[in-house]
Design a protein around this ligand. Structure first.
Ligand SMILES: *[C@@H]1O[C@H](CO)[C@@H](O)[C@H](O)[C@H]1NC(C)=O
Ligand SMILES: *[C@@H]1O[C@H](CO)[C@@H](O)[C@H](O)[C@H]1NC(C)=O
Ligand SMILES: *[C@@H]1O[C@H](CO)[C@@H](O)[C@H](O)[C@H]1NC(C)=O
Ligand SMILES: *[C@@H]1O[C@H](CO)[C@@H](O)[C@H](O)[C@H]1NC(C)=O
Ligand SMILES: *[C@@H]1O[C@H](CO)[C@@H](O)[C@H](O)[C@H]1NC(C)=O
Ligand SMILES: *[C@@H]1O[C@H](CO)[C@@H](O)[C@H](O)[C@H]1NC(C)=O
Length: 451
């Protein structure tokens, strides 16, 4: 009952003839939400934030031509999509799925060495056997044929770091039951590779840009992390992707873990601060500052593109799970089961970075809307927070190998929980068609109510 009232919030504005009883209920729900927000920000996020951002039915829509883009959704999918349009698919629990995984390291060649956990002797397999269950609806398991049908003739770019690549490789593996892509770029460099699914004329591309903005690694051996020092130009585009992205129908944008490194910030071509750099006369102003500016600049780049007509998906921060120390202090991730949502919560720096992303997303989205551009939140944070068991840990390489990230609690084993990001993505692509229809309907309702 309460839930219904929350769902009806957006349309409540448009139907003034609502009985007062509902109004009282609405007020109490709002009050409850405020209280909940104080004590449990992640519940607040799931109940309120993602709904208003994601369903966003009041978006004074963009061109009507965009609504036909996704009209090839199968008829029999429509009922479930209608209900999911009002459901926050990103709040839920992991539930057992004996049918998973849907590929292995022998059926899929796209698994990156460092995420091929079974090859390197990971002893447990239970981490592959879960699926995400949203609290208020079902999230169908990925259907590769349906995905490829929806993206027929389109192009998708993964813009970001190695976690973004991790997601792309997971998608390739999930799609491999139907088709493998061929390389169509002149380079096989995984950082800037371009694939094609020839039967579907679907292009998939990677753009390596761990900071999303112009950056440069500089030699600085005495740095505190001994892991290089990066110069970040917070107000300058990274042209490696911004000049290439116009033609794409979908951009999946993400950034995160590189902001934990030593960085010096430049703005207006002069040093404006740093993170963990220990350089005389340069003030440490924290990673949050750069994270915010990086997203702001990336959105500015997208919103200033001449010909871009695509949808930008912001894949939110996926927390790492080091316990008993950080990555360079012997920390590790040894759990073998997901958390339930009541066993952990987003806090500290992870929460801060997440909030920054949401805030900048909202601003970027607002600016983009003026130009008819669409932004969507691929809000993976809560689901991944609950998966301390999904990382390679020490099974991303042979035991005697000398690698920087010995215990990897940042990336995700393949197969593994990151496969769920494709479940989310497919659901969002399906909802896109419904959303356009709803927006149209709302505009009509609005017109008739007011006249
Ligand atoms: C409803 O109409 C008002 C006034 O004409 C307008 O400002 C608003 O954007 C419309 N809402 C939608 C969802 O179209
Ligand atoms: C796949 O994993 C198995 C262990 O489950 C391992 O023995 C094998 O070497 C791996 N194969 C590849 C191609 O990675
Ligand atoms: C950079 O220059 C602009 C305009 O010239 C100014 O508004 C802004 O505050 C400057 N930023 C920094 C960090 O100095
Ligand atoms: C730091 O500032 C002081 C005083 O302005 C100056 O004498 C010194 O050379 C500066 N050091 C560096 C490394 O720029
Ligand atoms: C979390 O919820 C489950 C199921 O509702 C319950 O069995 C468990 O005791 C709860 N755990 C904590 C730490 O509250
Ligand atoms: C590991 O590699 C680093 C840098 O390449 C080197 O300095 C170090 O000596 C190596 N350690 C071992 C145990 O080989």
């Amino acid at each position: 009952m309460e839930h219904q009232a929350i769902d009806e919030l957006p349309s409540g504005k448009i139907c003034p003839q609502k009985p007062p009883k509902n109004f009282v209920l609405l007020v109490s729900v709002l009050l409850l939400l405020t209280i909940v927000q104080l004590y449990h920000p992640s519940i607040f996020r799931s109940l309120f934030l993602s709904k208003t951002i994601d369903s966003n039915p009041q978006v004074p829509s963009t061109s009507s031509s965009s609504s036909s883009d996704h009209s090839n959704v199968q008829e029999d999918d429509l009922p479930s999509i209608t209900s999911n349009l009002k459901c926050d698919i990103f709040t839920g629990e992991w539930v057992p799925n004996p049918e998973a995984p849907y590929y292995t390291n022998t059926t899929c060649w796209a698994i990156h060495e460092h995420q091929n956990c079974m090859k390197y002797g990971r002893p447990d397999a239970e981490f592959m056997k879960w699926k995400w269950k949203p609290d208020d609806c079902e999230l169908p398991v990925f259907n590769p044929a349906q995905f490829l049908e929806l993206v027929r003739g389109k192009s998708m770019a993964f813009v970001g770091d190695s976690v973004g690549r991790n997601q792309m490789q997971s998608l390739i593996c999930l799609l491999s039951r139907v088709e493998y892509p061929i390389v169509v770029s002149s380079t096989e460099d995984q950082r800037f590779i371009r694939w094609k699914y020839t039967s579907y004329k679907f292009t998939l591309a990677a753009f390596w840009t761990p900071y999303l903005i112009k950056s440069k690694q500089v030699t600085y051996t005495e740095g505190p992390t001994k892991n290089g020092l990066f110069e970040l130009y917070l107000d300058e585009f990274d042209e490696a992707w911004t000049t290439q992205i116009d033609e794409f129908d979908y951009i999946i944008l993400s950034a995160g873990h590189w902001f934990f490194r030593s960085m010096v910030y430049y703005e207006n071509q002069t040093i404006s601060g740093c993170n963990y750099c220990l350089i005389d006369n340069v003030t440490d102003i924290g990673k949050q500052y750069a994270y915010r500016k990086a997203f702001r600049t990336a959105f500015k780049a997208i919103n200033s593109l001449e010909n871009f007509k695509g949808i930008t998906y912001i894949r939110t921060f996926a927390p790492s799970h080091f316990e008993n120390g950080m990555w360079n202090e012997g920390g590790n991730c040894l759990r073998t089961k997901p958390y339930r949502s009541n066993e952990t919560r987003l806090e500290g720096l992870d929460l801060e970075l997440y909030k920054i992303q949401i805030e900048e997303y909202r601003k970027g989205e607002r600016e983009g809307r003026k130009k008819g551009l669409k932004y969507r939140l691929l809000d993976t944070t809560q689901a991944m927070l609950l998966r301390p068991d999904g990382h390679p840990s020490r099974y991303g390489h042979w035991p005697n190998e000398n690698v920087t990230l010995y215990n990897d609690c940042v990336h995700w084993c393949l197969p593994g929980p990151i496969d769920t990001w494709s479940d989310f993505l497919l659901e969002m692509l399906k909802m896109e068609g419904m959303r356009s229809a709803e927006e149209k309907k709302l505009r009509i309702t609005n017109d008739t109510t007011l006249n």
